[in-house]
Design a protein around this ligand. Structure first.
Ligand SMILES: Nc1ncnc2c1ncn2[C@@H]1O[C@H](COP(=O)(O)OP(=O)(O)OP(=O)(O)O)[C@@H](O)[C@H]1O
Ligand SMILES: [Mg+2]
Length: 161
């Protein structure tokens, strides 16, 4: 797995950290805390509330990469500073073996699944959609998997460092 930013113009960013993890649920909390630590090194200074949002989004996207990236054994993570206001996280998996393949989506928007609102799963990307400023996914241009990214912006009320 190559660790380089995939979803953003590299001339306009700073990479705060790049790491690779074993595709193992035990690694989710390790990756999540490392992501928050890397984000704290940014010049874009997120308040504690925004860092909590980042932590939750990190947890959900890394857990998904572990769960659905079953065609490989690695999960990659990049933490990126996007001046002047945003931290962006890219989570890279190695694809899945399901036919048709799993594609990131918000189940609530799928009328076939709407009846399952009471279920315990299918919430992760909804959380990411609510807490992040923006998010998205694309096929990995460097491999067979997917890149799921999200961005958290400093809120207007927060003081400039
Ligand atoms: N990295 C990914 N690669 C491929 N498909 C994905 C990926 N992440 C999510 N998906 C797809 O999007 C769906 C919704 O993801 P989401 O995280 O919202 O729910 P979940 O993982 O099914 O349940 P929960 O997160 O609540 O335990 C998943 O069921 C899966 O089909
Ligand atoms: Mg999930």
């Amino acid at each position: 797995m190559i660790l380089r930013p995939r979803t953003v113009d590299v001339d306009t960013i700073f990479v705060l950290g790049a790491a690779m993890y074993k595709r193992d649920l035990e690694q989710v909390k390790v990756a999540r805390e490392w992501i928050v630590k890397a984000a704290r090194c940014a010049r874009v200074c997120l308040a504690d509330g925004a860092l909590d949002d980042l932590r939750l989004c990190a947890s959900e996207t890394v857990a998904n990469a572990v769960r659905y990236g079953d065609a490989g054994q690695l999960v990659g993570v990049l933490v990126i500073e996007r001046p002047p206001h945003a931290i962006r996280v890219e989570v890279i998996d190695q694809g899945n073996m399901r036919r048709p393949p799993h594609i990131p989506h918000i189940p609530h928007r799928d009328p076939d699944v709407a009846a399952g609102l009471g279920t315990e799963s299918g919430r992760g990307l909804k959380v990411v959609n609510s807490l992040s400023t923006s998010w998205g996914h694309q096929r990995d241009i460097d491999g067979p998997g997917r890149v799921v990214w999200f961005e958290i912006q400093r809120r207007a009320a927060e003081p400039t460092p």
